[in-house]
Design a protein around this ligand. Structure first.
Ligand SMILES: [Fe+2]
Ligand SMILES: [Fe+2]
Length: 262
């Protein structure tokens, strides 16, 4: 079973870049499931129904998120909708809106998609992502288990992959918006990459216009961020094949494409 996965899709430029490239990627790779992280989808912060529809129309079938999912009330409403394709990290405390995992039925196989938030250098007070995974994994048996680990550090995400090796089919990182070149399969069959990278403006600071990102570093000025809407966009993603019989990843590759958004 083939998964086409995108990390954080950032603002209008990310949405347009995905819409411009996804049909061709789908044609080329013929994925069974297309997953994108939507925490930055609507003007860089959070998600709305309209912005989510845009990428669903382009071919995204499942949406994960992260710490920015709470930034727009509309996004929280989407989390609470019945049969929502949108999930949030599972390790937010009990009582939080939405669900942290979703079970899909694909070609007679069950695919469990789990979203987790790291705790290292993250402000949100969440439960242990390692133990939360253990609990979800035991409670929700599935043929294939896919994990979006939304984390700040490379080490926490790498340690997590070792923790779930042989149980999760595929673990991929999101949140840092920069792809890492360490895609591999762990000894017991878990595919892994520390960060998938974003879909968004190339000439930016992780998606944000440099002129609004720089003042915070140079003179502590709190500048309102803006997100470039035209120019070159980078589309980063991964394509992974999982054997439904074993639940193991058989191949994982990175994809990178630039597209001119006029
Ligand atoms: Fe993000
Ligand atoms: Fe994030």
């Amino acid at each position: 079973m083939r998964f086409l996965i995108f990390g954080d899709v950032v603002a209008k430029m990310g949405r347009r870049a995905l819409a411009a490239t996804l049909p061709q990627f789908r044609e080329q790779y013929q994925p069974n499931i297309v997953i994108a992280n939507v925490e930055n989808l609507a003007h860089g912060l959070g998600v709305t129904g309209k912005s989510l529809n845009e990428i669903v129309e382009a071919g995204v079938t499942m949406a994960t998120s992260g710490n920015h999912i709470w930034d727009k009330p509309e996004g929280i409403e989407l989390l609470d909708q019945e049969n929502s394709i949108l999930i949030r990290p599972a390790n937010y405390p009990e009582g939080t809106s939405g669900k942290g995992w979703k079970k899909l039925s694909v070609d007679g196989k069950t695919v469990l998609v789990v979203n987790l938030l790291g705790r290292v250098f993250m402000k949100d007070l969440v439960d242990c992502p390692f133990r939360t995974f253990d609990a979800v994994f035991d409670a929700e048996p599935a043929d294939i288990v896919i994990v979006d680990f939304h984390g700040e550090t490379t080490s926490e995400r790498g340690a997590f992959a070792w923790h779930v090796d042989g149980r999760a089919s595929l673990v991929y990182g999101t949140h840092t918006h920069v792809p890492t070149a360490d895609e591999r399969v762990f000894p017991r069959g878990t595919g892994f990459v520390t960060d998938v990278g974003m879909v968004g403006a190339r000439d930016s600071v992780i998606g944000v216009a440099p002129e609004t990102a720089l003042p915070g570093y140079l003179n502590a000025k709190k500048t309102r961020f803006t997100w470039p809407e035209t120019g070159i966009a980078r589309v980063y993603g991964i394509v992974a094949d999982v054997d439904p019989k074993t639940g193991h990843t058989t191949s994982i590759q990175r994809i990178t494409q630039e597209v001119d958004i006029a």
